[in-house]
Design a protein around this ligand. Structure first.
Ligand SMILES: Cc1cc2nc3c(=O)[nH]c(=O)nc-3n(C[C@H](O)[C@H](O)[C@H](O)COP(=O)(O)OP(=O)(O)OC[C@H]3O[C@@H](n4cnc5c(N)ncnc54)[C@H](O)[C@@H]3O)c2cc1C
Length: 460
């Protein structure tokens, strides 16, 4: 049996559902095919559940340290089932809201495993869905592992780590990237003895080096063990523990109850008929042009299947872009360089644009100017008891090309930073803006004052 729609979207995660919602808003008939749960990784096993756990971790730490600001409170431990109930409540409310939106926009939600069988057709069981205008591929990503290291037992991906029946006593986190450090941070706050192992010389290696260093210092201060620049040799699972042998200068063995492998996510594009239909892949990712067109006319791709930043908000924007493109609205292509990145741990890291070393590589080392404004001079940060900085990276005598923040709730400050980078702000564009006092946001204004050579709450 065949059914025709304007738009057939394969995958109901951030990228796919955004394309479907915007497409329906623009008057298209839409079939959205999802094999599991509408909302995908972000809603069910990524952004939302992890941030709910991180919020519980933040409350636990605030309770532990309440006496330092004169509030009497006793931390009595983590009630894991209750934490999960809170987290699931958040996910369920958002899930219901999303289901309601999809239904109210008359999107046909097809439950099942889809396969691209022609440039305009997706097959689900014995039913085929044909697109009059376009097929959007949005099948997302899945956790990678290291060669020879299989998931199972005490070796966990982030999905299993999210629903452990009880907290481990000791955990090793393999990979100091964004997902690894988030789990390290929240597990530590929940009372787990955590060791992070990263092969590269620093944590969060995709971020500005200053952010990685600050995070490493903060983690060590908190009591999280950090081993950088070491590779993993053998991994052995016993009945009661897992052990890993490090290939450091001297080799040593770490033991724990669980090993979280957080070494990145690869695209989910195999065995879905993509290549047979003419879609070109590169290292598994779907190759697209700047208007998200694949090699096959009428087939687009969005989200984690497209190489680049694997972030939900990038998927949302790409989905919206494709729908608007198909409606002939001539939208601006999604500017990868201006997408904000947030690492949600304690302290948070938020950034947009080029790191110092990327700027030096692109513009030449002598053409880059940087300034770091320390949060020690920011009133609200002192009230919250957080440390960190705002780092501006600027083309010499030109616009700011990157902004990097470290500190509590840094993610909430990235909006202004994003505008400054996207709008190529110079110090004179920002310094006349009055920032509310006392806010952490003020630190961005202060950093621009420092860049202009007239810092207020800093030496210079
Ligand atoms: C632990 C963790 C934390 C994260 N935290 C953040 C965060 O804080 N902020 C952020 O921006 N990003 C975060 N991410 C990344 C974010 O979740 C992804 O970038 C985002 O979900 C990608 O959206 P997507 O639509 O491309 O893919 P997905 O969300 O993976 O959706 C793809 C969907 O396609 C479905 N599908 C696949 N194949 C088929 C098929 N053949 N037929 C039918 N359906 C199919 C899948 O079931 C899935 O629902 C996190 C990820 C993880 C794992």
């Amino acid at each position: 049996m065949s059914t025709e729609y304007d738009l057939v979207v394969l995958g109901g995660g951030s990228g796919g559902y955004a394309a479907a919602l915007r497409g329906a808003q623009l008057g298209f008939s839409v079939a959205l095919i999802e094999q599991d749960k509408l909302g995908g990784t972000c809603l069910h096993s990524g952004c939302i559940p992890t941030k709910a756990l991180l919020h519980a971790a933040e409350v636990a730490d605030a309770t532990r340290h309440a006496a330092t600001i004169g509030v009497r409170a006793t931390f009595e431990g983590i009630d894991l089932p209750a934490v999960y109930a809170y987290r699931d409540g958040v996910v369920d409310r958002l899930y219901q809201g999303l289901q309601g939106l999809v239904a109210s926009r008359k999107i046909v939600l097809v439950q099942g495993h889809g396969r691209l069988t022609s440039p305009s057709t997706v097959q689900v069981g014995d039913q085929s869905y044909t697109a009059r205008k376009a097929v959007v591929l949005a099948t997302g990503s899945m956790a990678r592992s290291l060669p020879g290291l299989a998931y199972g037992g005490r070796v966990l991906s982030s999905s299993e780590a999210l629903c452990l029946p009880e907290l481990p006593r000791r955990a090793i986190v393999l990979g100091g990237g964004v997902i690894g450090v988030e789990f390290a941070s929240l597990w530590h706050s929940f009372g787990v003895d955590v060791t992070v192992v990263e092969a590269l010389p620093g944590l969060v290696p995709n971020e500005d080096r200053a952010c990685g260093k600050a995070l490493e210092r903060a983690f060590r201060r908190r009591g999280i063990t950090v081993r950088t620049g070491v590779r993993v040799g053998k991994v052995e699972q016993g009945e009661k523990q897992v052990s890993i042998t490090l290939e450091a200068g001297e080799s040593d063995v770490l033991e724990a109850d669980v090993l979280l492998v957080a070494v990145g996510r690869g695209p989910r594009t195999a065995d879905l008929g993509y290549e047979e239909a003419g879609v070109v892949l590169d290292r598994g990712f779907i190759k697209v042009d700047d208007r998200l067109r694949t090699a096959v006319p009428g087939v687009f791709a969005v989200g984690d299947v497209v190489d680049g930043l694997q972030l939900a908000h990038r998927g949302f924007q790409q989905g919206i872009f494709v729908a608007e493109e198909l409606a002939g609205l001539d939208p601006a292509p999604v500017a990868e360089a201006h997408i904000p990145r947030v690492t949600y741990c304690d302290p948070e890291i938020a950034s947009v644009g080029l790191t110092q070393s990327q700027a030096e590589e692109t513009l030449g080392a002598d053409q880059v100017e940087c300034v770091e404004y320390n949060l020690a001079g920011n009133g609200k940060s002192q009230i919250l008891g957080t440390t960190g900085f705002v780092k501006l990276v600027r083309e010499k005598n030109g616009p700011v090309v990157g902004i990097h923040l470290v500190g509590a709730r840094a993610g909430e400050l990235i909006g202004e930073a994003q505008l400054a980078v996207a709008w190529e702000a110079r110090p004179d564009d920002v310094t006349p803006l009055v920032h509310a006092h006392p806010t952490q946001n003020e630190a961005i204004g202060e950093a621009f004052l420092a860049l202009a050579g007239k810092p207020l709450h800093a030496h210079g």
